[in-house]
Design a protein around this ligand. Structure first.
Ligand SMILES: [Zn+2]
Ligand SMILES: [Zn+2]
Length: 273
């Protein structure tokens, strides 16, 4: 399984020299199974670059999973090159708790916000419900409901002995929670690594309780309680510079020498063999 980050920024895209190292695109993750299944998670602005990669590599069958429909997870969709090719078959998975993926995309691609509507796109789009447990090729995908202002799902991918989880937009210790902290611990136990929202530092979090995001410190607690030794922070705040993220990593690595702590960066690839 190959995992590649195309967008790791939270809330809104940024483009300046202080954020070049970790990148400024909003959420998009690419997963390719050993047998070549192409799975895209979220359509933040990072999906634009991924689209060019998929066209170049002649990936005509694409699975796109939405964790939720906040702007920073859908706004790259109208710029995803494969949807404009009539040979593309795209399966779109999302929950239908309050709004379906189809409706969210129709709302986004409508005048005066965008000149082309969803129905004008030439690719063959099939909408599917995101199930608690489903398979794409040999990949098993399991979900958990995150704690976030609108329904949002965390995902766990397993292929043979390899597994990882991706929980973006999740407030681990939310007061009015959908899922308890213990349930997250149980969900993540045993994965090779997990990627988790760490948008805030403690001082900012105090002013943002209930906004649906976690702190680096809370994610470290999760690493300890699950026993997972490789963790990756994502959904970096749009105000966090490279220097700021590097300092957080340096401090936490010295406090937790037995845990491999990384920050997700646009363009970074992980290979699980
Ligand atoms: Zn987000
Ligand atoms: Zn969100």
């Amino acid at each position: 399984m190959v995992i590649r980050f195309y967008g790791t920024r939270g809330s809104v895209a940024v483009a300046n020299k202080e954020t070049k190292k970790y990148g400024g695109n909003t959420t998009c993750l690419y997963v390719e199974s050993n047998s070549g299944d192409a799975i895209v998670i979220d359509a933040g602005t990072g999906i634009r670059e991924l689209g060019s990669h998929l066209v170049e590599n002649k990936k005509n069958i694409i699975h796109l999973i939405f964790t939720h429909y906040h702007w920073d997870h859908i706004q790259g969709f109208p710029f995803f090159a494969p949807i404009f090719l009539d040979k593309t078959e795209i399966y779109i998975y999302g929950h239908k708790k309050d709004v379906t993926a189809k409706k969210a995309l129709i709302y986004q691609m409508t005048k005066p916000y965008f000149p082309a509507t969803l129905s004008e796109i030439p690719s063959n789009i099939v909408f599917k419900e995101l199930e608690d447990r489903m398979k794409i090729g040999d990949l098993l995908i399991e979900t958990i409901i995150n704690n976030h202002p609108d329904y949002t799902y965390g995902l766990k991918f397993t292929e043979k002995k390899n597994s990882f989880a991706f929980l973006t937009d999740n407030e681990l210790f939310a007061k009015n929670n959908n899922t308890s902290y213990k349930e997250f611990v149980d969900f993540l136990r045993g994965v090779n690594f997990f990627i988790h929202d760490a948008q805030y530092v403690d001082e900012i979090y105090e002013q943002r309780v209930g906004w649906g995001h976690s702190t680096h410190g809370q994610v470290m607690k999760l690493a300890k309680d699950t026993g997972v030794k490789n963790i990756i922070f994502t959904h970096h705040d749009h105000t966090s510079t490279d220097r700021f993220i590097d300092k957080i990593l340096k401090d936490l690595r010295s406090k937790h020498p037995n845990i491999n702590i990384q920050a997700a960066a646009d363009g970074r690839t992980i290979i699980l063999k």
